[in-house]
Design a protein around this ligand. Sequence first.
Ligand SMILES: NC(=O)c1ccc[n+]([C@@H]2O[C@H](COP(=O)([O-])OP(=O)(O)OC[C@H]3O[C@@H](n4cnc5c(N)ncnc54)[C@H](OP(=O)(O)O)[C@@H]3O)[C@@H](O)[C@H]2O)c1
Length: 249
Amino acid sequence: MTAPNPYQPASDLLAGRVVLVTGAGDGLGRAAARAYAKHGASVILLGRTVSKLESVYDEILADGGPQPAITPLDLARATSKEYDGLGAAIDKEFGKLDGILHSAAELGTLTPLELYEPELWTRVMQVNFNAAYVITRLCIDLLKRSSDASVIFSSSDVARHARAYWGAYAAAGGALERLMETWADELENNTHIRFNSLNPGAVATGLRARAYPGEVPDQHPRPEEVMAPYLYLMGPDSRGTTGRAFNAR
Ligand SMILES: NC(=O)c1ccc[n+]([C@@H]2O[C@H](COP(=O)([O-])OP(=O)(O)OC[C@H]3O[C@@H](n4cnc5c(N)ncnc54)[C@H](OP(=O)(O)O)[C@@H]3O)[C@@H](O)[C@H]2O)c1
């Protein structure tokens, strides 16, 4: 499924909304955090590297966006106490949540399954899959307080159809699709929360460069250039759409 193309979001598309973005320090998460703020959202920036989150924070203020919040969290190591603290902090500061974009991810290695390092496998599953479940779960009550909430799980070609050597990255991506469908099915009729996945296609980010080190980076669009479907799925124009697997292009 694809979002409307071309899509022209209203300048105040996300005014008054509170959106949590994981992996907000770099790549697609960084671009989405800036795009959401530019369209009026108060954005909670969750990521691993504080200096990167601080620079996104400064960019959002320089763009004239609402003041964001910074939540440093290493999803490979986060404890249940830290997760509880995250939920409590959002509740205290904002009292509700209108959306989550799950964009934090690790590539792991491109390796045959029989040679994949089990510790690395566990780490990739933790960051890319388990953390997305735990964060969504801890935010459900906050999302229920919104009249129109949207949860977006990042996907990829190999999440939809695995290929050799993509290991834990593909397995976690496939599991995320099933998680998205399960949340959507369980909450479709009794809440205002929708759940969809979005495959951005090839985009020039650090993750892409690590997966394909031989590629010329500018052969793919920059994250800022693929934000239309991220805005469409986060905002009210996609109201009523849930349980769907979207492709950005
Ligand atoms: N780029 C593509 O071509 C492409 C294609 C298909 C799907 N996707 C999907 O799009 C999403 C975003 O990817 P991207 O290309 O934007 O990747 P990216 O540029 O590498 O950004 C990933 C972000 O996740 C954060 N992160 C990684 N491990 C973390 C951890 N343990 N705890 C907290 N944050 C962590 C990184 O933090 P640091 O900045 O601290 O490293 C970074 O900010 C992913 O789900 C990816 O699978 C991307």
